[in-house]
Design a protein around this ligand. Structure first.
Ligand code: 5GP
Length: 190
C-alpha cells in the first residue's frame, strides 16, 4: 500500500535493535481515517476467504484489527496478555515471546469466544519473527478453528517471520514489507 510506505518514510523512526517507531499514526497516536483506509484495503484482500471472526493480540494489534473487522462487518477478538501463570479451564492459553520487550507472555482467550469451526483472519500491527502470529495460530488450533490468513500493517521482511508462514502455505498479506532498514535508509519489498 503506497500511502502506508510514504507515511512510514515520513513519520517512522528507526530505533536500535531493528525496531521501527510509528507511534505517530499506528500504535500510540492513531490516525483514524488512515487506519480505517488500511482496514478497508486489508479487508478487500481477504473477502473471498470468508472469515467469520478477526483475531489479534493486545494491545497494539487492536486498532488495525478493529479497522479490518469493521470493513468486513465482523467481530474482533483480541487475545489478552496475562501475568498469572495459573492455567484456567475456561481459557485457551499459549506462550508468546515479545520482540519489543524481549520477554515471554502468557496469552489467553476465552473458550466462549473462540469456537470450533471458526474461520479466523489474524491481524497485527507488526510482523517480525512471527512469534505473535504463531501464538494466535496455536490458540485457534486449540479451539478447533481454521486460520484463513494473516494480515499485518508492517512486516519487517528481513526478520523472516512472514516468509516462514508463507512457506507453510499460509496466506500472509502485509500492507508494507520492509526489506532493509537502518537509521539512514529504509527499503521496501517490490
Ligand atoms: P513478532 O512476534 O512477529 O516477532 O513481532 C511482532 C510483535 O512485536 C507485534 O505484535 C508488535 O507489537 C511487536 N513489534 C515487532 N517489531 C516491532 C517494531 O519494529 N516496532 C514496533 N512498534 N513493534 C514491533
Amino acid at each position: 500500500m503506497k500511502a502506508l510506505e510514504e507515511k512510514i518514510l515520513k513519520e517512522g523512526k528507526v530505533l536500535p535493535g531493528h525496531v521501527l517507531k510509528v507511534g505517530s499514526f499506528l500504535n500510540h497516536q492513531i490516525d483514524t481515517p488512515f487506519m480505517m483506509e488500511m482496514g478497508r484495503y486489508a479487508a478487500s484482500l481477504f473477502e473471498g476467504d470468508k472469515p467469520n471472526k478477526i483475531m489479534t493480540i493486545e494491545a497494539s494489534g487492536i486498532a488495525f484489527g478493529m479497522a479490518v473487522a469493521a470493513a468486513l462487518n465482523l467481530p474482533l477478538v483480541f487475545a489478552k496478555k496475562k501475568k498469572s501463570i495459573n492455567v484456567e479451564d475456561d481459557l485457551y492459553s499459549t506462550i508468546v515471546h515479545s520482540y519489543t520487550h524481549n520477554m515471554d507472555y502468557r496469552v489467553v482467550v476465552s473458550k466462549e469466544i473462540l469456537n470450533e469451526g471458526d474461520r479466523i483472519l489474524l491481524v497485527d500491527d507488526f510482523l517480525a519473527n512471527g512469534c505473535a502470529l504463531n501464538g494466535l495460530m496455536d490458540l485457534v488450533e486449540q479451539a478447533g478453528g481454521t486460520v484463513v490468513g494473516c494480515t499485518t500493517a508492517i512486516e519487517k521482511g528481513f526478520q523472516g517471520g512472514g516468509d516462514k508462514l508463507r512457506a507453510q502455505g499460509l496466506k500472509v498479506e502485509s500492507l508494507a514489507i520492509i526489506e532493509k532498514m537502518d537509521d539512514r535508509s529504509l527499503e521496501f519489498r517490490k
